[in-house]
Write a protein of this length. Sequence first.
Length: 457
Amino acid sequence: MHPRLAHDLAELPDALEATRLLATAVLDGLEERPVVPSVRPPEPVPLPAEGAGLRAALAEFAERWEPAFGASPGPRYLGFVTGGTTPAALAGDWLTAALDQNSNSSLDGTGQHLERQTVGWLRELFGLGTAHEGAFVSGATMSNTVGLAIAREWLGERRGVSVAEAGAAALGPVRVLSGSPHSSVAKALSMLGMGRGALVPVATLPGREAVDPAALEEALERADGPCVVVANAGTVNTVDFDDLRAVAALKERHDFWLHVDAAFGAFAALSPRHAHLVVGLDAADSVCVDLHKWLNVPYDSAVQFTRRRDLQARVFQNAAAYLGPLGATPDLVHLTPENSRRLRALAAWFTLRAYGRDGHRDIVERCTDCAHALGEAVDATPGLRLLAPVRLNVVCFTLAEDPTPERLAAFAESLADEVFLTPTVYAGVPALRAAFSNWRTTGADVRRIAARLGEHV
Ligand SMILES: *Cc1c(COP(=O)(O)O)cnc(C)c1O
């Protein structure tokens, strides 16, 4: 064994303790740390020919790199839809690395067992029935990709071709209808050989991002044959929801695969105050839910549900002499794009075991309370203007006068030590978004942010 490795092995407990101290210092400092630091990342250096050992690597990281990272797990990092890491999720993720499992096959099956148990809990959390099977993937983009890959195979089934065998070209033209799809849907269609051009925009309701069900029905009539509908349960700008029941009801008259992108909107199901937004989710043929957002597990984690695991296995099966046949319960290696995969489910298992449905419902409700409070503060601030009502956990707002992207960027930068906001364009107007999905955020954070908004506008 290389002497550096032998040395680190011998002092592993102490070295891990030092690592724990750094991690704890980072977490303890989240309140004071600039949300977006002004420290620049270090310049690249050549590959070390001789290693320095874990302690030296830790010291160098702590000195040169760690200060350049933003407070992404902290309470006022409100860009994108970011989420944080609950204490139990962090513990689960540490143990994931310590156990270093490749949890994809029944040849060494404990990881798969834990993943299936966790998927079962998640299914219940989101109000899905047992007809939905699920698997972990790395994020909502991959979850949408897997859902649309199954949809593609289903279209093939309808047209009498096996896309998995004959390729996407054998399928012929494809239409994917959607009101306000997330950008990752177009990316998924590009990856899957269906093409970004397959996406057919459908009119939304007046002043809304939710699809107009009547316009969707007309588009289905024009499509003249089986197609794919992507329904959106939580758009990123205004967190609008398609009426999933109305969309699913169209299946009585039209033949389509219903994929629902509920990346963070699915968490509405946890709260009696918001659950009406996702009524009908169970009728989907495939569902995308991100976990590194509102479940507050670390990157990277999402779940993909489908009613047609048989088609999923047709797409993703990995025929190898050393892997077993598909059988009634295919190994996970046959269900997702990855072959080898980390025990991603463990962080989710930990946080669900530690805090349960009630704890996670509390996170969701506190985030939506915070979003409403910030929305009211924006409304009351001269010089700012809400662009949409706060429906769940996002505040979409802009400058009342001359909201150019440059002025908005300068405004966001003037706040960046206190709060991280990300730019957007909504209904043609450049804007900023504040998305609440972190378990640490409280009303006190909202008051801090609101005060700064007033000072800087
Ligand atoms: C975040 C998000 C995605 C993409 O998620 P990643 O985890 O970044 O891959 C897809 N759809 C919606 C609605 C999202 O909010």
